[in-house]
Ligand binder design. Structure first.
Ligand code: PNW
Length: 483
């Protein structure tokens, strides 16, 4: 890089923070909300660190004003949050009652954000499927039912919010829903072939079925938005995909070099290729054969061309080592090893609290370029980027608030993004840090913190901004061109 000082971001660049409903809201039984698959999953002993649940979380359902005050305090221009489907339609289905209280809660929140000068970006689905739909027909495994119910939910929401919302995200990280939910079994609903973890599931097949359902449901919601609401409300819609950069374990070994592209294809192009190219990647078709669902002409017509922007969640990089021999039937990575050290023993980056996350900012620039080249320079919104800190939860408060490691992560990653924009022609237009505040970090419970704001779970969910909350605006100030 080295050129960070002369790199810029455009004057209208939108930046802020992201959260998700189940991770922050709490109030799980209030105002008519129905349970989601995460409420159910959290009740199974051993699934969540410390036996935690989202019952209270950050209590954001009752503290919308505090959250908006935090956003204002750090100068954020935008806020990405998700709707709890089961607050709006408690049972979830297209013939089930709509809960006006749930809908009005979010509409009021959006109005309050606007009054504070903050642009809302709304995610329709951040993993918290109404539990009833899982029980009724197998949830994401049942394409016909799930697509019809998601399309109905999306239409209800588009109709209710109208022109208040200009940026819609259908799904957050379908890779996580599919692989962690139906192959590894680490996320709700926790299905896997590993009978020590779950009595039900088929890791070799279900994740690919679920990924397909999510793509079709995305396409169906986008069609509804474009046909029925876009002209009236003037917004745009896309999907958010997660994926990390891949460098070869041994750069001298062509098999490792080749495996890097394959790794990104299995993680990202699984979803992005159907959307931008109208088909699954060849590498996946080759390895998975008939376990990868086939596209019907109707389904692929919904999916192909369905992104107004590319939503990018990005955290880190990995070293990739090709495996030899036949792939395991339960493999989802592309017959390769995902490692944190290379052949020379060098680490991707410094350790954090998350086993999978080691920062490597140059990887962000490289992935932005890789995606831009493969998908013809789409408009990119970075919808999540951030880090945990090794041992942060055990620090005394004064030290915890001095999160220089996180601040440096933002300096490096935002700098890399500005380089990608300035030097590589990447059309990146927005960036949401993960996260506005410490919150329920899924299977890791509350032990892992990702927030720029400390949340005191022991003392009434009190919020205290960390150093990173105060610094991130200054970082953006350096890069964003003055209008
Ligand atoms: C994302 N992985 O999840 C989610 O969108 C957030 O809800 C979450 O809190 C955040 O990242 C931090 O974890 C991921 O294992 C979870 O590679 C796991 C992985 C990636 C993303």
């Amino acid at each position: 890089m080295g050129s960070a000082s002369t790199s810029t971001l455009p004057a209208d660049f939108l930046w802020g923070f992201a959260t998700a409903s189940y991770q922050i809201e709490g109030a799980v039984n209030e105002d008519g909300r129905g349970p989601s698959i995460w409420d159910t999953f959290c009740k199974i002993p051993g699934k969540i660190a410390g036996g935690a649940t989202g019952d209270v979380a950050c209590d954001s359902y009752h503290r919308t004003h505090e959250d908006i005050a935090l956003l204002k305090e750090c100068g954020a221009k935008a806020y990405r949050f998700s709707l709890s489907w089961s607050r709006i339609i408690p049972l979830g289905g297209r013939n089930d009652p709509i809960n006006e209280k749930g809908l009005q809660h979010y509409i009021k929140f959006v109005d309050d954000l606007h009054a504070a000068g903050i642009t809302p970006l709304i995610t329709l689905f951040h993993w918290d499927l109404p539990d009833e739909l899982d029980k009724r027909y197998g949830g994401l495994l049942n394409k016909e039912e799930f697509v019809a119910d998601f399309a109905h939910y999306a239409r209800v929401v588009f109709e209710a919010f109208g022109s208040r919302v200009k940026h819609w995200i259908t799904f957050n990280e379908p890779w996580c829903s599919s692989v962690l939910g139906y192959n590894v079994g680490q996320f709700a609903p926790g299905r896997t072939s590993d009978r020590a973890k779950s009595p039900v599931g088929d890791s070799s097949r279900e994740c690919w079925i679920v990924g397909h359902s999510l793509l079709v449901a995305h396409g169906a919601a986008v069609k509804i938005y474009r046909d029925e609401f876009k002209a009236r409300d003037g917004g745009e819609i896309g999907i958010t995909l997660n994926g990390d950069w891949a460098d070869p374990w041994d750069p001298e070994n062509p098999a490792d070099v080749e495996a890097c592209d394959r790794k990104i294809e299995f993680a990202i192009s699984w979803f992005a290729d159907p959307i931008y190219h109208g088909k699954y990647p060849d590498s996946m078709v080759k390895q998975l054969g008939d376990r990868l669902p086939k596209w019907t002409p109707e389904d692929i017509a919904l999916v192909h061309g369905s992104n107004d922007f590319y939503g990018m969640n990005h955290y880190c990089a990995n070293f990739i080592k090709a495996k030899s021999g036949e792939p395991d039937p339960n493999d989802t990575a592309g017959n390769l090893e995902i490692l944190l050290q290379n052949k020379k023993g060098e680490w991707v980056g410094p350790e954090t609290q998350s086993a999978w996350l080691r920062p490597c900012a140059i990887g962000f620039r490289k992935l932005l370029k890789w995606l831009s080249e493969r998908y013809n320079y789409p408009k990119i919104y970075v919808t999540e980027n951030g880090t945990s800190l090794k041992g942060e939860n055990d620090l005394p408060l004064e030290q915890l608030l001095q999160d220089e490691f996180r601040t440096q992560y933002f300096r490096d990653y935002i700098g890399a993004m500005a380089d990608a924009y300035t030097l590589d022609g990447v059309n990146v237009r927005a960036y949401m840090g993960w996260s506005l505040m410490d919150n329920f970090e899924w299977a890791e419970g509350y032990e892992t913190r990702f927030g720029v704001t400390f949340v005191d779970y022991e003392n009434g969910q009190k919020r205290i901004p960390k150093q990173s909350a105060k610094e991130i605006g200054k970082i953006f100030d350096q890069y964003i061109e003055k209008a």
